[in-house]
Design a binder for this molecule. Structure first.
Ligand code: FE2
Length: 403
């Protein structure tokens, strides 16, 4: 069978055999380099990951590191055909599968979801959906998921003004987890955000709350945050949002050394609660992937205790935190909004920072309900729906979050 030239991106036009890898040229001009050790590993995943679960022995240790091909050619069907020196029978690799798994820089970049970075100019065009629409319609729900992936947040209008609706929203997104501080009778996932001067946690007070990520003092920090407004305050108490990915890119331009330190040095985070809880975690403020792209952010002014680091890092890390603060607290990077009763907000807590402007607690009640959804359960739900909806990019690499 001749190669299908109607799909040049899946047609191998030539193969060059080198000492440790083969270079494939494709009919559309793209070039891929496949190392022999990678190809030996890939024999366990010839077409679909499920094939790797067939019970064959499969060890990564030492696998194929000295494997040498005798002959590499394009087979009659268009597949890559490799005869290994230590094997009798040649192995064929499907050309389409190889191209889809090409790990050249450009191919990896194309398979990556591209977040839409934003600053205060987004305030007149913020993403929003209607709760009844996303509850009953797959296309509306997929658009909702994509807004969260693109912008890191989305407003939800037309929510019932009933207590507990916030977990109905959370269930549309993934698995809402139990909260150590749940206070809604009958539901261990819901926290009530209401003013109470007797409870000395920030969410129960009325003062200004600067931009932060929630639970950065936990190793498994919150993924998506869902807010649902039941009672709104007349003045003040506005929600503040900041795109940390945008802030990080600005920091990288302005102070590359600060960016480097905060993406490399692990800091301690902590929280002490008046019930005796003592939370501790450690991690970088900025999480980057293997290509240097920012994929996660962890920060809270009041969650970083006096630094406990090697002596030579103390001054550089304080200097880097100061440079970060200059960008973070620049109002040009903020948007503020006010949730009204019946409105909700979903935000990715491992990308966006949020805060709250101050308000007068004597001027009336303010009541939000809150639940947290694990980020990977949201990603999983997105892939399910995007694949079922025939979206070609359903398997794109998403921003992993903090790790
Ligand atoms: Fe918060």
């Amino acid at each position: 069978m001749k190669p299908n030239l109607s799909q040049p991106e899946f047609t191998i036009s030539s193969v060059e055999q080198r000492p440790s890898f083969a270079t494939l040229k494709w009919a559309d001009g793209h070039e891929s380099r496949f190392h022999y050790v990678w190809l030996r590993h890939s024999e366990h995943f010839p077409a679909f990951p499920d094939d790797a679960r067939d019970g064959r022995e499969h060890r990564l240790a030492g696998m194929g590191s000295d494997a040498e091909p005798d002959k590499i050619e394009v087979g009659a069907s268009g597949a890559l055909r490799i005869g290994w020196r230590d094997r009798d029978a040649p192995v064929e690799f499907d050309a389409r599968w190889l191209r889809q798994h090409c790990y050249s820089s450009s191919a990896r970049g194309q398979r990556r979801h591209k977040p839409v970075l934003w600053d205060s100019r987004l305030r007149n065009d913020m993403p929003e959906v209607s709760f009844p629409d996303i509850a009953r319609d797959d296309a509306a729900r997929l658009a909702f998921y994509q807004s969260i992936l693109d912008y890191g947040f989305c407003f939800v209008r037309d929510m019932p003004q009933d207590r507990g609706t916030v977990t109905a929203l959370g269930d549309l997104l993934g698995i809402a987890r139990r909260s150590a501080y749940a206070d809604e009778p009958g539901d261990e996932r819901i926290e009530n955000l209401q003013t109470d001067s007797d409870v000395k946690v920030s969410t129960r007070q009325a003062y200004f709350l600067g931009p932060h990520t929630d639970t950065c003092w936990r190793l498994s920090l919150t993924g998506l945050i869902c807010f649902h407004c039941l009672e709104s305050h007349a003045t003040g108490g506005e929600t503040l949002l900041v795109d940390a990915f945008n802030v990080c890119n600005k920091l990288r331009e302005k102070s590359p050394d600060a960016f480097d330190i905060l993406s490399r040095v692990k800091l301690n985070f902590r929280a002490s609660v008046n019930n005796g809880d003592e939370w501790r975690s450690i991690g970088q403020v900025i999480t980057c992937d293997n290509d240097g792209e920012v994929v996660g952010f962890r920060y809270g002014d009041r969650s970083i205790p006096p630094l406990d680091l090697p002596e030579d890092l103390i001054e550089p890390v304080y200097s880097a935190l100061s440079a970060l603060g200059d960008v973070l607290y620049d109002p040009a990077n903020w948007i503020t909004c006010k949730l009204q009763p019946g409105e909700g907000l979903v935000l990715n807590n491992q990308r966006l920072l949020h805060g709250r402007t101050s308000f007068d607690p004597a001027a009336g009640p303010r009541h939000l309900q809150y639940c947290a959804v694990e980020l990977d359960t949201f990603h999983n739900k997105y892939r399910h729906l995007a694949r079922a909806s025939n979206h070609d990019d359903w398997d794109h690499v998403l921003d992993w979050g903090v790790c």
